[in-house]
Write a protein that binds this ligand. Structure first.
Ligand SMILES: *Cc1c(COP(=O)(O)O)cnc(C)c1O
Length: 492
């Protein structure tokens, strides 16, 4: 234990009259009467009153309760929690990038517009798409934008009947959510016993509903980490019925430098810069979900656009009659783009090819080292991640939730659990390409130890975590009766 004054909130550490800072004396006189009384605060704002050292300790202690990639192994499947290189942070912090205003004239920020343009080009080359917009602020936002592009494309041909989207049952929850937000109807495609899209089921759906299908959304490798090897056939079937293929790029990492969604027949896709291109996320930073399209769909992309003419970059919003218009404020999360571009350049053309194969090697190494004690429902080679269906020995009563909580006691971030929904005890592990053999071996050892504990001391595993500031929370209660605001106590 430590002797810290444990305050969940700085307000709980407040003591009436305590000060950390004194404002300079007002030498300008009172100007309060310049604001109408109706707009003026009637009572003093209830701010916490603390001395400086208490404030510093409070936030330092809170930061120690946090867990990020820089603290330890973070195998959160589907989230690609790769290392965020320090150089990317240094470049993003340069005043030339960090101090820009989104409304400043283009001739004063050519360097930033040039970076923006170059990132668009790099993504197009890495994915095999014709053109990218960087405006969407997350993967899900990219999905919505991409589906809006697809809808605009069908409408531009006068084809108003295409209102359905085919989505595999293994898909991430954002796929059906984005389709619904876009006003499209979701049609689920089944997976076969091998975890891949069931082509026979797809064929049936297309023959029954073909003319009403706008698109099919796919993740490849899918959320089980398995490469959809029927993809040429699938894209052919979907295209033949007049629909477009959407690629959910959240799992782009293992393809980097190996193959490209554009070459597989996808028409529209998003990239999660915060996953594949290594910018901080998961409570650690904002996202970015650029959307790329194949040739012929560029007119529908949103504005503003950054374009290049004879070496000069400009921002354009007009003259795009078929464009969706704006999907957010200004240009998206520019700081994320600077980091992502720095990441791409620091890897370079040679090393970017190593990302996918190393991520795949690491995932297969962990999988093969644990499959005798954890249930592997779908064997064979995986790509960057894989899914266990809980412990192999089900007689102990120890669940995936218990394993995940016990990992916290050993200093690891938990894997993704209970997703995908195809299995009851899903435990989804994505090591990423950055981890050393030593880190992977240590994790494997701990996972095996937990499997042992499940047999010898199951109650201990079920009681975990035992070392964190907060133990098990009642997640049903938290979902049903969330308390999301602090009740202001009087700090007299
Ligand atoms: C993360 C993820 C998304 C959503 O991306 P966000 O950037 O979190 O909005 C979509 N699909 C898959 C497969 C993902 O892993």
């Amino acid at each position: 234990m430590n002797n810290r004054l444990y305050g969940n909130l700085i307000f709980e550490l407040s003591r009436k009259g305590r000060q950390g800072y004194t404002l300079p004396r007002n030498t300008y006189g009172s100007h309060t009467d310049e604001l109408p009384a109706s707009l003026r605060r009637q009572a003093a704002l209830k701010l916490p009153e603390c001395d400086e050292l208490t404030v510093v300790r409070h936030y330092t202690n809170l930061s120690h309760d946090n867990f990020g990639v820089n603290d330890g192994f973070y195998p959160l499947g589907s989230c690609t929690m790769k290392y965020n290189p320090v150089i990317d942070e240094e470049i993003a912090a340069l005043e030339a990038f960090a101090a820009l205003h989104p409304l400043q004239p283009a001739d004063t920020c050519q360097h930033a517009l040039g970076l923006y343009y170059a990132l668009q080009q790099s993504l197009a080359e890495l994915t095999g798409m014709k053109e990218f917009t960087l405006n969407p602020c997350a993967g899900a936002h990219g999905e919505l934008t991409g589906l809006m592009v697809i809808r605009a494309y069908h409408q531009s041909r006068g084809d108003e009947a295409r209102t359905k989207v085919l989505i595999p049952d293994s898909a991430h929850g954002t796929n059906p959510a984005s389709a619904a937000v876009c006003g499209l109807e979701v049609v689920e495609v089944k997976s076969g016993p091998d975890g891949l899209v069931d082509v026979a089921d797809l064929e049936r759906l297309i023959s029954e509903q073909g003319p009403s299908i706008a698109a099919m959304m796919m993740t490849n490798p899918n959320t089980l980490g398995i490469f959809e090897h029927d993809i040429p056939l699938i894209t052919q079937m979907v295209h033949r019925c007049g629909a477009l293929m959407y690629y959910d790029g959240a799992n782009l990492n293992p393809l980097l430098g190996v193959c490209r969604p554009g070459d597989m027949g996808f028409d529209v896709m998003h990239v999660n810069l915060h996953k594949t291109f290594s910018t901080p996320h998961g409570g650690g930073g904002p996202g970015s979900g650029p959307v790329g399209v194949r040739e012929g769909l560029e007119p529908f992309l949103p504005t503003p656009r950054v374009v290049e003419r004879a070496g000069t970059y400009s921002v354009e919003t007009g003259d795009y009659e078929q464009s969706l218009g704006s999907v957010g404020c200004f240009f998206g999360n520019f700081g994320v783009m600077v980091r992502a571009y720095a990441y791409i350049l620091s890897l370079g053309r040679e090393n970017v090819r190593m990302v996918g194969p190393l991520a795949t090697l690491n995932a297969n190494y962990v999988k093969e080292s644990l499959r005798d004690v954890y249930e592997l429902p779908i064997g064979g080679l995986c790509k960057h991640e894989f899914v266990f269906d809980g412990l192999k020995d089900k007689s102990t009563g120890v669940t995936t939730m218990d394993v995940a909580k016990r990992l916290l006691d050993y200093g690891y971030h938990a894997p993704t659990i209970y997703f995908p929904l195809l299995f009851h005890e899903s435990l989804m592990i994505e090591p990423t390409e950055n981890e050393s053999l030593d880190t992977l071996d240590a994790f494997i050892q701990v996972m095996r130890r937990i499997a042992d504990e499940a047999k010898t001391d199951p109650e201990r595993v079920k009681a975990a975590p035992l070392t964190t500031p907060i133990g098990r929370v009642d997640d049903v209660l938290a979902a049903r009766q969330p308390v999301v605001t602090f009740k202001q106590m009087s700090h007299e």
